[in-house]
Design a protein around this ligand. Structure first.
Ligand code: GLA
Length: 360
């Protein structure tokens, strides 16, 4: 669809009620081509809808059929992950000689901010942005000193903003009153075929990375950054996601962190492209973060409850999570993730959607 057809960017704000009585905000940003639905529970993306090359509109992020499933959100669908995305080895780190013990929620390690982390919190809807060229929403959350074991009262906000060029920008901001680690990301799972799609193995993926962070058999960073050249993991050129996916026996697919190439600090750098050759839909991602976690829904267990039909099948979707290098807080040679009281944490990712003209 030519961009000139996009006339107006709009926002709609409704409420939905959960079975526990909680009133949620459901906010939809629209520009005539793309529609993005968000909720303040976990500051979560619940839908991103756009047409395919035949004009058929469908949702390209995986969602739960029942909105109550977002209370626990066992697959981390679409949510904001924090205070620290990915794994922290032994759920422990040191700052200036002091040890901090975090909650352990994966084999003695700390995953995605812990047991009752940001994805389970009800965020405050601070404001709605409605302007000529962009529509958006600002949500905030106050994380108390000691929550999940982290030091410092952390004031966090996320801005979701849709423009006329079919770009969804997601920007995080955080401040603290004690030195501590911050690493925020969004955990959307994409299937560009639409809501009834149950495999992404035919999607094409490119990741702008020449190296990756090695992990041990428990999924924890060893601290080594290794070259991708000649590796099955390499997505330097656009290629089929399903090729060799079975190679990773223990992981049952891709679950690796890429070190993005050619990154300039505080700039939006090109990170990845995902294409569904069949529908023609594509996603291009830009981020100011140094790493990208690729996860192909390896432990989805065929259970029901997926919106749009079908089950949560293994390799049914792909998560592309822009973030710091995993466990940076325990590897001083990785880019710093410690936020100081007088500093501001800022991170932005842009998700651009469209339709390729090439036929499959
Ligand atoms: C990340 C991790 C995966 C898994 C998912 C959430 O992508 O790397 O191992 O924990 O989050 O299910």
């Amino acid at each position: 669809m030519p961009l000139t057809d996009v006339k107006k960017v709009e926002v709609a704000h409704k409420q939905a009620y959960l079975e526990n009585g909680l009133a949620l905000s459901v906010i939809t940003l629209k520009n005539g081509f793309l529609s993005v639905t968000l909720t303040n529970l976990g500051a979560t993306i619940m839908a991103i809808e756009l047409p395919d090359r035949n004009g058929l509109i469908d949702n390209v992020v995986v969602a739960y059929e029942d909105i109550n499933d977002y209370i626990t959100n066992r697959f981390y669908l679409g949510c904001t992950v924090g205070r620290y995305a990915n794994r922290i080895g032994n759920a422990r780190f040191q700052i200036d000689g002091q040890t901090f013990q975090l909650s352990r929620n994966e084999n003695g390690h700390h995953l995605h901010g812990g047991v009752n982390a940001f994805h389970k919190k009800t965020w405050k809807v601070e404001s709605i942005i409605e302007e000529q060229d962009r529509a958006g929403v600002v949500m905030s959350y106050f994380s108390k000193d000691g929550e999940e074991g982290y030091p410092g009262n952390l004031q966090v906000s996320v801005v979701y903003e849709l423009d006329k060029k079919n770009c969804l920008a997601v920007s995080y901001r955080a401040t603290t009153d004690k030195k501590g680690p911050v690493n925020l990301t969004n955990h959307s799972y994409f299937n560009l075929a639409g809501a009834s799609g149950n495999s992404v193995t035919d999607h094409l993926l490119q990741i702008n990375a020449k190296s990756y962070t090695e992990k041990n058999d428990q999924g924890i960073s060893t601290g080594k950054i290794l070259p991708l050249s000649g590796m099955i993991l390499n997505f330097a050129s656009l290629r089929r996601l399903g090729d060799n996916i079975e190679f990773f026996k223990a992981d049952r697919g891709y679950n690796h962190n890429y070190v993005l190439a050619d990154t300039q600090k505080d700039m939006l750098n090109y990170a990845a492209t995902l294409i569904d050759p069949c529908s023609g839909r594509y996603l291009k991602m830009l981020t100011d973060q140094p790493g990208l976690q690729l996860y192909t829904a390896n432990f989805w267990d065929n259970s029901p409850g997926k919106k749009g039909g079908g089950n949560f099948c293994r390799h049914g979707a792909v998560a592309l999570e822009p973030q710091a290098l995993p466990d940076s807080v325990n590897h001083s040679h990785f880019p710093n993730t410690l936020l100081e009281p007088n500093d501001v944490y800022l991170a932005t990712t842009v998700y651009e959607f469209g339709i390729t003209t090439e036929q499959s």
